[in-house]
Each structure stands twice: as C-alpha cells, then as structure tokens.
Ligand binder design. Structure first.
Ligand code: A3P
Length: 883
C-alpha cells in the first residue's frame, strides 16, 4: 500500500521537500541510480539570427560517468513473437490529454493500437485469441490504475505479460492531492512527487535507447512543479532520464550532493517479476519524454514497433521569383542560402535546397531583389529546381487541358532560356490546387509537358491532423505528403513570429517540427522565397533543427532528389500506393480547390451491392421505373455495371466515376444510384465506398446461398465457360484444394459470396447499420411489390410508387415484370430467370452442410441488428437443426 506521508498543506511543502531530500540522502548509499552528479555548467542560449545549437559539434554522445548497466532480460525475438503487433492503451477517459498524446505518437509512427478505458473491477479486455496474444505492449496512461487493479485482473494481466513477453509502459502524474512520497504498491520502488526539477540528462547506458542520443547535461528547468522521481535499491530498475531538484538554496546539509541526479524515467528490466516496464514520472508534455517514449515502445516490443534510424528531408522553397516586392531575396540572402546549404551538407549528406519557380515574375522585385533573382540563376547548378505554373495560377481554375499545357510550356521555355535544369520530374501546384482533389487535366498536362513523376501536397486525405497525411499514386504520378515547418509567406521576422519567437524555437526544440522528422521517415517541407529574405527564418529553422536532431537523436539525416525519394516512400509504405477517394465537397479546403465546372452532385445516394445472382437486376429494373430514381449510365466494358469501387476502374478517379451519372435536376429530391453486384463480397469496397459516399445507403439482397451458387454455375454454363461445361455442379462445389486453379476459381465464385455474415460484418465496419438494408431475395422473387415498398421506405423516396399496380406476373417468363398497356409485360432479358434443371440432391445436401455455420452466423447477426430473418434462412435453419 501507499505509505510514508499523507498530503500536507502547501505552507509546509518546503519542509517536506527537505524531508524528502533527507530521505534520499539517507538511502543514497544503497541506491545506485540516484548517484549521478552534474559535471558540466549551463551554457547560454544563442540569440537570433544564429541557429540554435546548444550541443553543437562535439557535444553529443559524450556524457559523464555512470554505473555499468545491469544486463537486461533479452526481449523476445520478433520471429518467435506470439503476439499481434498492436498496442493496448488504457486511458483514463476518451478525452484525457495524455491519452491523446500517446495515441498521436502511435498514429504518427503508424503503429496499430487499441484504446480501452482503464477498467474497473474485473473488466479486463480479452487479451488472447486462442493461443495468440492480441497485444504486443500495454500502456497505462495512469500507472496507479495498473497497480490498483483488483487481484484477479492484475493476475490475469501480469500472467499474460510474462507468458507472452509483453512489457508495460506506465505514467505517474502527480496532482495536488498526490501523496508526496509513497511506495508503489507491490514494487520495491518509491515515488517522490510534486517536485520541481532542473538540468536533465539521458543515462547513456539505459538499455532502451535507440533513437535517443544521450547528450551532456542540459541545463535549465523542466516545465512544471509536478514531477515524480523514482527511488529503489533493486537492481531491476535502471534510470533512463535524470534531473536535479530545482531549489534555489541547497536545502539540506550533509551527504546529499547539491546536484544529485534523480531518475524521472526508469526502466524495469524484469528482474523483479519477469515483466519489463518503463515508468515515467510525468506525462508527455516534456519533449524528451516523447523521444524516450518512442524508444520505450521499440525496446519493449523487441523492435517490432520500431522506427528505423534513416530520415530523408527535402526542403522545397516555393514561389521563387513570385514573392511580393520588398520581401524577396537579395544578393546577400542568396549568398547566405549557399553558405547554409554547404554547412548543412556536412550534417545531411547531399543536402540541396529545392527551388520552385514561376518564370513570369522574374525581375519583378526591387532593384536589389532583381539582383537577387540573377544571383539565384547564376548559381542555378548548385540547387535543384522544379516548376510551378508560369503565372502561378491555380490549375483547377482551368478546365481545358491544353490551356494548362500552354501555361506550363511558357514556364519551360523560361527555364530553357535561363539554363534552369528541368529534369527533376517533380512539380508543385500553387495552393495544392489540382493535386488533391484530383484535377485530371493537371496530371495529363504535367506528364505531357514536363514528364512529371512526383508531386506533393498537404491535402491528402486532409490538411489536419498533419500526422494523417499520406501519399498515393495516380495516373503514374507519385504524390507525397508534404509537411509545413511553421513558415508561411508572411512569417518573415523572428520577433514577429505568431505567438512569439519562442513558439518557433519550441517547435524546433522537441516540438512539432522535431516530432515531424522524428516520426516520419520521409519529410518534404514547404517553405517560401520570403522565408529566405528578411530574417532568413528558413535558414535559421533548418540549421537549428538539424543541429538539435543531431544533438539528441541518432537519426541518420540525408536527402534524395524527388523521384528516388518517392520510390523510397512507396517502398516503405506500399499500402499507400492506392488512393482512397473522398467527396471533394465534404472538406471546405478541398471544395475551394475543386473545379467550379465540376459538381459533387453526380454521385449516387445509394448502392445496390449484390451479391450476384440474388435478384439485383430485378431491383435495379423496378427502381428505374420510379420517377424520382435515376440509375447510372450503363458501362460498355463491365457488363453494364460500373464496377468502380472494386477493380482497376477505381484508379481512374472520381471524374471518371461521376461521368456515369447525369447532373440531377434537383440534388436533394433526385435519387441517383448505382448497382454493381460484385461489390458485396469485395474486401476493399466497403472502405472505399464509405470514404467517397459516407452517407450513402447500401442495399443487399440475400437468397439461399446454395441457390445462389447454383445460379452462378448455370450462368457460367450459359456463357460457355469451359470449366462449368466440363464439370458437374457437384464436382465444382466439392473440388479439393489440389484441384486445377480454374476449377478452384469457379468454386470460389460459387461459394465465397455466400459467406453472408462475413461480408456483412465488413460492411458494418464502415457503415452504420441504419444505412444498410437486407432484402429477402425470395420475397423479391415471389412478392416484389412488398420488397419494393420496404426499399422505398428505407430510402425515404417520395412520391411513393405503387408497385402492386406497376408490376405484373408473366406466366411465360415465370417472374414478375413491368406491366404494360394491353396486358403486355416488359421483363428482364433472357439471362435473368433462366430455365435450367433443379439442383441435384447430393449438391443440395453438400451445400446445406457447407453453409450451415455461415447461415447460423447470419441469423445471429440479423437478430443483433433487429432485422427480420428471411423466409429462406428460417427454412434452412429449421431443416439443419432437425437434420
Ligand atoms: P436465375 O437466372 O438463376 O434464375 P442477379 O440479377 O442478381 O444476377 O440475379 C439473377 C436472379 O434474379 C435470377 O437468377 C432470378 O432467379 C432472380 N430474379 C428475381 N426476380 C426476378 C425477376 N423479376 N426477373 C428475373 N429474375 C429474377
């Protein structure tokens, strides 16, 4: 239990701190990890405009004496790991700040995680899946929630950690009511809280260090007065981060050295109870804790969730020649640019500024600035160059591709006349216009005029949060995510930096900019011409950043030209090659750079997703009779269906998709829809559908999966498929896993779509159940008016069409059709409602057995959703239970 002192009133706190120090002093002899001493004296911060560099040149990596580390228990090697690479994060509440900071780092690092509210009694989430552990690491936002778990949950969690080699990260955050000194329940570890600290240093022998480079002692106060330090004499605890008490006067005489180094982060090597832990005596608001946290994750997961040391940085300088008169670069600025580039090259091999130009504005500054333009051109071979548009126009404003291409040609002509290299294969569009959302005309023109292979944008999938930015490839052009460094065209003076110059320095020194490089293997930064004139904030920012990174991390900084850089990006993140299209009108920034000649109204309000052979064409036909409902135009290439979301068509982009829909006369009352029956069982469609059409309603039709399978087989026979012609239905459905691939493929198309519950679950991951309608295919066949009535209700279509009057049963066809005047009918074509022999009994029995579990799961799912169980399913389950 927590012991020692109870809470005391603030007036007595100084006394108490003295008491703590006495206690520390008393136990110092036996506590190895408190015995760290300061050996350096504070250094003053250099003022602007010299770049920040507190541990310049030789300072990094040569810290003072420490005791040798205790050999850690070796982490489980990744190949033998029996856990999923997922982090379990126990948060205090859905809104707690530390919880969000933890999640932000995991997300930025692209690590998978799952958050749970830290459980009360007996609510521990399931930790294993059969013999596999669900989590590779457990994080407690509040360490006390872990130590105070009820005995049963604690035993469960600890046993899981020991058995699966899973570590724990915990944060202890003191608050005003925290006990000032206490033993951590069940651990040979004491905590002393609510302390002010200063002068921090990373223990160079801490085993978890990976990205973190231990530096010399860093002078200065740590933010806040609510720090906790750890104290123990057990060899399992190894200090990671050390600091001194922040007291003006040496509070106690005697054996406590004035600057005793006290651990605020400790690593538990697992020697006490077989579980490795990393404990933080504060949250993540202190920047160094973030860095150590990333290393703790890597260490405790045996480097399964680990960032590599290589970091590629490309700095774009946009708007060359474009900047406003009075803010542009002069000759001395260009000289400084060259000098800094050379300096940076000693720290970042090959570092080269990447200059984006619009030739039309050459020589449009003051006389001195025009000389600056010429100086840039004089040294053109020392930089990389990329084109904007000739007149810096936004491409999405130009619908005509050839106008865009003409504009580009003017810029290219300028480049050729001035000897600017034009072979980088990279371009950037002003204000990201045309890159995302895609303006197809821009991509075409870029390719034809410049041979562009790479571009970059901040807009995919959205500007914020920046950590979600991703890349994609469209029409042969690789689009990379772009980062900002806090410098915009108007931020040109250090002292006028928004929020004060300390904001910029904070971002560089462990803040947002630092984290961007720390957590992204590849960063393309956007800066502007004006950031290199005036106070030259661009130079200050990057030199300071690089020095700070070199000082505190072991990152290997380097740069690459855009094309190899993009190739590297998609080698690292191949899953990002394929884009995820969204509705351009759902984000104001996207809408602003979406062509005025385009609309977002040419998108369906609902989808009929299949599966095939369940009656989807009948619904499509019947709905098309409704005056308020309009189907997409038939596609000539994919059997009339567009099949956009599930195949190669998706890569043609949303312009291509929208061309299949008319512009509705009234976007709010007209119902555009699309039917592609292959969507139902596709892995990718629900995710893609929800990204572009998040509010769309989804209609699926389910018949007995055995009948569906047989109908598909007959369909293939009717289309002359040699496999279907050469094998009986029974041979197809019962083929073994060694059967020829063509036979297996037909078997799959017969059986897999019938795993209804599996496919529906996937749809329900992306769409709320209220947006999903399951139509009973048997009812649709025998009483379509009833089905159409429920569909109209579900969609909320007005006016209501009376299908009892609209449809008529056609005896010859044996199906319901559109009733025409004079007793005539219009039915679906020959390929729907074919005549073929009934399924043989052997196949029927085989399939009944085969689909039994899938059908059971379906009935459970439907009852969970509160949806009616279709008649065919009821029959099927009745027979299966009696048989
Ligand atoms: P069969 O041709 O095997 O009988 P889909 O359009 O999804 O591919 O489904 C075709 C199936 O729809 C047909 O399979 C048929 O059983 C069923 N169907 C339901 N109502 C129909 C109708 N009014 N006209 C034709 N076929 C209909």
């Amino acid at each position: 239990m927590l012991k020692l002192w109870k809470v005391v009133r603030p007036a007595r706190q100084l006394e108490l701190h003295r008491l703590i120090l006495l206690l520390i002093a008393f136990s110092l002899g036996s506590m190895g990890f408190l015995a760290y001493y300061v050996s350096t004296s504070p250094k003053a911060k250099e003022p602007m405009p010299l770049p920040l560099g507190d541990c310049s040149s030789g300072a990094a990596g040569a810290p003072g004496p420490v005791r040798p580390p205790v050999p850690p228990r070796p982490p489980r090697p990744p190949e033998t790991a029996r856990t999923e690479p997922v982090v379990l994060v126990f948060v205090e509440s859905a809104y707690s700040q530390l919880g969000q900071e933890i999640v932000a780092i995991l997300e930025s690092s692209r690590f998978r995680y799952s958050t749970e509210l830290a459980p009360g009694r007996g609510d521990m989430p399931t930790l294993t899946d059969h013999t596999r552990g669900r989590y590779v690491l457990v994080i407690y936002e509040n360490l006390l929630k872990y130590v105070n778990l009820d005995a049963w949950s604690r035993e469960l969690l600890d046993r899981y950690c020991v058995e699966y080699g899973v570590g724990i990260i915990g944060f202890f955050r003191a608050h005003e009511h925290s006990l000032l000194s206490a033993q951590l329940k069940g651990f040979p570890l004491f905590l002393h809280s609510n302390l002010g600290l200063r002068d921090y240093q990373v223990n160079p022998t801490a085993p978890l260090l990976h990205l973190t480079r231990p530096s010399r002692l860093e002078p200065g106060p740590l933010p806040g007065d609510d720090w906790t330090i750890f104290q123990s004499n057990h060899s399992t605890y190894e200090p990671v981060l050390l600091a001194s008490l922040r007291l003006a006067e040496p509070p106690v005489p005697g054996p406590v050295p004035r600057r005793a180094r006290l651990p605020t982060v400790v690593q538990d090597l697992g020697l006490h109870d077989g579980i490795q832990r990393v404990l933080f005596g504060h949250g993540l608001s202190f920047w160094l804790h973030k860095l150590v946290f990333v290393d703790a994750v890597a260490y405790l997961t045996g480097k399964r969730l680990c960032l590599d040391l290589d970091r590629y940085i490309l700095v774009d300088i946009d708007d060359i020649f474009v900047g406003k008169e009075g803010t542009r670069m002069k000759v001395a600025d260009v000289e400084a640019l060259l000098t800094t580039q050379n300096k940076l090259r000693t720290l970042v091999p090959n570092f080269t500024f990447n200059l984006g130009f619009s030739g039309k504005f050459y020589h449009t500054g003051t006389e001195e600035e025009d000389a600056g333009d010429d100086m840039l051109l004089k040294h053109r071979q020392e930089f990389w160059w990329f084109p904007h548009m000739w007149s810096h126009m936004q491409p999405h404003l130009f619908h005509n591709r050839s106008v865009l291409a003409d504009q580009m040609r003017l810029n290219k002509q300028f480049a050729l006349e001035h000897g600017i290299p034009t072979d980088l294969g990279y371009a950037v569009a002003p204000h990201h216009s045309g890159v995302y959302p895609i303006h197809t005309q821009l991509y075409e023109a870029w390719k034809s005029v410049w041979g562009i292979q790479v571009t970059s944008t901040e807009e995919y999938p959205h500007l914020r949060p920046a950590r979600y930015r991703r890349g994609f490839i469209h029409n042969g052009i690789m689009v990379l995510p772009r980062q900002t460094c806090g410098l915009f065209t108007h931020t040109i003076f250090y002292n006028e930096y928004p929020g004060g110059s300390r904001e910029l320095d904070r971002s560089i020194r462990g803040g947002e900019l630092f984290l961007t490089v720390l957590l992204n293997p590849i960063s393309i930064f956007m800066t502007h011409l004006s950031n290199y004139g005036n106070d030259r904030l661009g130079l200050y920012t990057f030199e300071s950043l690089v020095r700070f990174l070199q000082c505190w991390t072991r990152l290997r900084l380097q740069t690459l030209p855009p094309v190899p850089l993009a190739r590297k990006y998609f080698d690292l993140f191949p899953q990002e090659r394929s884009p995820l299209w969204q509705n351009p009108c759902d984000d104001k920034r996207h809408k602003d750079i979406w062509s005025k000649e385009k609309t977002c109204d040419r998108l369906p309000k609902f989808l009929i997703v299949g599966p095939q052979k369940t009656g989807t064409t009948a619904i499509h036909f019947f709905l098309s009779l409704h005056p308020a409902v309009t189907s997409s135009f038939p596609s000539p290439s994919t059997f009339e269906e567009i099949q956009f979301f599930n195949g190669p068509n998706y890569h043609k982009g949303i312009d291509w998709y929208m061309d299949f829909f008319p512009v509705p006369s009234n976007a709010s009352t007209d119902f555009l829809f699309e039917k592609s029956a292959t969507y139902f069982d596709s892995e990718v469609v629900p995710r893609r559908g929800a990204a572009l059409l998040p509010r769309a309603k989804i209609i699926t039709v389910l018949t007995n999966p055995a009948d569906r399978a047989y109908s598909w087989y007959q369909h293939q026979r009717a289309h002359g498929d040699p496999v279907a012609l050469n094998y009986t239905f029974y041979q197809v459905i019962s083929a073994s896993s060694q059967a020829p691939p063509a036979l297996r493929s037909l078997q799959n198309r017969c059986l897999v779509p019938g795993y209804y519950s599996t496919h529906l679950q996937r749809w329900l991951t992306y769409y709320p159940s209220g947006q999903l309608l399951i139509v009973d295919g048997q009812e649709l066949r025998t009483n379509p008016a009833a089905s159409m009535e429920s569909i109209q209700k579900f969609l909320g279509i007005t006016p209501f069409l009376n299908y009892t009057r609209t449809l008529r049963f056609d005896e010859d066809k044996g199906f319901w059709c559109q009733g025409l005047e004079g007793g005539k009918t219009r039915c679906l074509g020959k390929s729907k409602g074919r005549k073929y022999p009934d399924m043989d009994t052997e196949s029927r029995l085989f399939l009944k057995d085969f689909f039994r579990n899938h059908n059971l799961e379906l009935s459970k799912l439907l009852s969970r959703l509160g949806q009616p169980v279709p008649s065919w399913l009821r029959e099927e389950l009745q027979h299966s239970s009696s048989g």
